[in-house]
Structures are given as structure tokens and as C-alpha cells.
Design a protein around this ligand. Structure first.
Ligand code: PLP
Length: 426
């Protein structure tokens, strides 16, 4: 039985949904051919689809749900705060508590502004950098993903329809993990660059930046009066103080999202008092930053519990689960003669097919691998929910037994892909 045979209700619902949403979905990244499974509900490490099929959730809403679905303490915090009001046109102690918790965990963060998504956090960070430096250009890594904003396209020249070329001219791309390229660019654009924006681990492919590279970026940006903006929207789950704590680097601004909202919409930008004061509304010519739901009380309450639950011990545990999962995936690939790699950093993992060596930069990725496409559907058939592009992550809702079961399901999926490959070749 293939994917379509197993998910008839999802297929019918997708057809209905197209009546109201373009393509039947409202998030480009969640769509895949022939159609995505429609999710009915989530519980802990499990997703249940509209056909009543259960999946081990190895995606956790693209790393946001570090405690899985419907953690009882987070549900309780949401319910209690919702009963006292969800959002107010005024400051609220819950916002300040979450801001204080971020500052306590991350020494480079002295002041915080909240947004409703990681994309908005990045947007505000770049606006702040431009306001602070008075310079126009943004430098980012080729393949670095920073959300749905047309000034941070994944790769140069591919911002997509609707992006004026004038905007693209404000962004310069450098290869990831390549300090010489950044040095040359900053030397060529002296006095023009406001910020260098980087993920400490590139989400596309889960490629970790070398510590030396990030330290080099810090030195170069300081020397050129450029702000270093570290995007920790995904990587804040890697240590209580984020990836910057592991690497020992101190950026000017950090962007947050995903896990700091406990499963509700969220984003934040934090940094030194000096830079963040551009947002201070009591100052003349401050940077205007508004948003009806910024720092809403329910997100703040859920986010606070999410961070309290994410202790150093829990981070170590989910990193260990991811290491066990990675070795299970590698064994299954080898046993079935599938050429590929599994990259891992902490609790983040990425599958790669049709590559010989471990990817180190965006250019090394095999983005349109047909094997990966088949493997994704085979995983869905076996009850494993992963990103179509091969991203996975572990959550505190998992344990050794769940990871062992996930590895077994993956091995069955790998065997079916290998069988189909042999049939095609024959
Ligand atoms: N930055 C990074 C590194 C991300 O991975 C993402 C989303 O996946 C974003 C920013 C954008 O966050 P959001 O989807 O909440 O807008």
C-alpha cells in the first residue's frame, strides 16, 4: 500500500481545502506532492492524521515544539492566562519575565523586543542594525534561511516573484563557513554594511558553522563597525544560552523564535542596551516597532514554561536521543545500500541522499534528490513524520524506546526505497 492508498481522507480533504486556500495549504514549506497528510491532533511525540494514522513526530513543527505536543504544564499555563485575558495594549509582567529569562540565559542580551514570528524578529533586527549604523547593506550566507521576508532570500537572485530587484541590491551573499570571502566583501564595501546575519547552524542541511569561523566573523565585524546578528530561532534549543554559549561568541543582536513561545506564535530580538535603545519610544527619532499581538500574555506564559522545562539536563538528554537516532538512520542506509549522510548538531538532524561527503556549505547539498523524495514518502507510509527536505529533531516528549521504534520504522522505509530502486533499475 502506498502513501495515497493509506491516506484517502487526507486526499479528499486536500481537494476541499483548495476551495479556500491556494494549493489547499497556508504554508509553502508544509506542502509536498501528491498532497500533505491532514493532521487531526498531536499528543506528546505523536501526530494523528485525518485517516486516524499515527506518526512519530520527528519534525516538531520545524523544531518549535521542543516539548512535543500539548505538554500538560504548557496547556495549563495557556489556559490560566487565557482566562485572565490574552493580550493588552499595555506592558504586562509576563512579557518582562520572559525578557528577563532570555537575558539571564544569554549574556549578550540586555534588552528584548517581542514579535509574532522569527521572520519579524529578523526584520526588526536588520532595521535596528540599519538605524544604529546608518548604513544600508545586509550580508548573509548563501542558503541561510531567515524567514518569509524579501530582504533575506535563501540565495541571491532567487528571492522569487514579487521582490523588486532594488531590494535584492541591498543584500550581499557570502558562502557559509568561508571567512576569506566575508573579509573580501567587507573590504570592498567599507562603510556600507550594517549587519552580517548568520545562523550558527545552517538549518538547510543542519550544517554547523566552525567555531573559528564565528569568532572570525566577530573580529571582522568589530573591525568594520558592522553589527553581528546571530539568528538563533532554531539553535536556541542547543544550549540554555543558545549556540552562542557553546561557541563562546557574543553577537550584537540575537533573534529568537520557535521554542520561546511554548508552541504559540512568537519571535524576539535581543541585544546590548546600546543597540536596542534604538527602539526606546521615549527617545526622539526612535525606530518605530509595533504589532498588535507583540508579547501577548498567553505566548509569554507558555514560553516561560517552555524555557523552564528546557534545562541543561534535558538538552543533554534530547541530544543523546538524536545521536542514537542518527546512528540508527546511518545503519539503515548502509544496510540497504543507500548512499547518503546524516548531519547532526545537538538535537537537530538532517538526511542527505545522493551526496558522497558530509555537506559543509549550501553548494554541497543535493536539494532535488529523487531518493530523498521517495524516502520522505516511505517514512510517511511507515508512520514517521519528517520534513520533505530531510530535517528532523528530537523533543523532550521522546525516550529511548520511541527513538528505537523510529529507527526501526526508518529501516523499513529504507528497505522499501531500496527495493523500488532495484525494480526501477531492472
Ligand atoms: N530564522 C530561522 C533560522 C528559521 O529557521 C526560521 C523559520 O524556520 C525563521 C527565522 C523564521 O521564523 P518564523 O517561521 O517564525 O517566521
Amino acid at each position: 500500500m502506498d502513501y495515497a492508498d493509506r491516506t484517502p481522507r487526507s486526499r479528499a480533504l486536500n481537494e476541499q481545502f483548495q476551495r479556500w486556500m491556494p494549493g489547499g495549504d497556508t504554508r509553502s514549506i508544509t506542502w509536498f506532492a501528491p498532497y500533505p497528510a491532514v493532521i487531526d491532533h498531536g499528543a506528546g511525540n505523536e501526530l494523528i492524521d485525518a485517516d486516524g494514522r499515527s506518526y512519530i513526530d520527528l519534525l516538531n513543527n520545524y523544531t518549535a515544539l521542543v516539548h512535543g505536543h500539548a505538554h500538560p504544564l504548557i496547556v495549563q499555563a495557556i489556559a490560566e492566562q487565557a482566562a485572565r485575558g490574552t493580550v493588552f495594549p499595555a506592558p504586562h509582567a509576563g512579557q518582562a519575565a520572559l525578557a528577563a529569562e532570555l537575558a539571564r540565559r544569554v549574556p549578550s542580551v540586555e534588552r528584548v523586543r517581542f514579535t509574532n514570528s522569527g521572520s519579524e524578529a529578523v526584520m526588526q533586527a536588520i532595521k535596528a542594525a540599519r538605524a544604529f549604523t546608518g548604513r544600508p547593506l545586509l550580508v548573509k550566507a548563501k542558503g541561510g534561511y531567515h524567514g518569509s521576508w524579501d530582504q533575506v532570500p535563501l540565495v541571491a537572485g532567487e528571492a522569487g516573484q514579487g521582490t523588486p530587484t532594488e531590494l535584492e541590491a541591498l543584500v550581499r551573499m557570502v558562502p557559509y563557513n568561508d571567512l576569506d570571502a566575508l573579509e573580501a566583501l567587507l573590504a570592498a564595501e567599507v562603510g556600507r554594511v550594517a549587519a552580517v546575519l548568520l545562523e550558527p547552524v545552517m538549518g538547510e542541511g543542519v550544517i554547523a558553522a566552525d567555531a573559528d569561523y564565528l569568532h572570525g566573523v566577530r573580529e571582522l565585524t568589530e573591525a568594520h563597525g558592522v553589527l553581528m546578528v546571530l539568528d538563533e530561532v532554531v539553535t536556541f534549543r542547543l544550549a540554555t544560552g543558545g549556540r552562542q554559549q557553546v561557541v563562546g561568541v557574543s553577537p550584537d543582536l540575537t533573534t529568537f523564535g520557535k521554542i520561546i513561545g511554548g508552541g504559540l506564535p512568537v519571535g524576539a530580538v535581543g541585544g546590548s542596551e546600546r543597540v536596542m535603545s534604538v527602539f526606546d519610544p521615549s527617545r526622539p527619532h526612535h525606530l518605530h516597532h509595533s504589532g498588535t499581538f507583540n508579547g501577548n500574555a498567553v505566548t509569554a506564559a507558555a514560553g516561560m514554561v517552555s524555557l523552564q522545562l528546557l534545562t541543561a539536563a534535558e538538552i543533554e538528554r534530547i541530544d543523546g536521543l538524536a545521536a542514537a537516532l542518527a546512528s540508527g538512520l546511518r545503519d539503515a542506509m548502509a544496510a540497504n545500500g543507500l548512499t547518503g549522510q546524516v548531519t547532526r548538531c545537538g538535537s537537530l538532524l538532517h538526511l542527505h541522499f545522493d551526496v558522497e561527503a558530509e555537506p559543509r556549505a549550501f553548494a554541497d547539498l543535493a536539494l532535488d534528490s529523487p531518493t530523498l523524495e521517495r524516502m520522505h514518502l516511505a517514512c510517511m507510509e511507515e508512520g514517521l513524520f519528517i520534513a520533505p527536505r530531510g530535517l528532523m529533531n528530537t523533543s523532550t516528549a521522546m525516550n529511548d524506546a520511541v527513538v528505537a521504534e523510529a529507527a526501526e520504522r526508518f529501516a523499513r522505509a529504507a528497505a522499501s526505497v531500496a527495493r523500488a530502486g532495484r525494480t526501477t533499475v531492472a
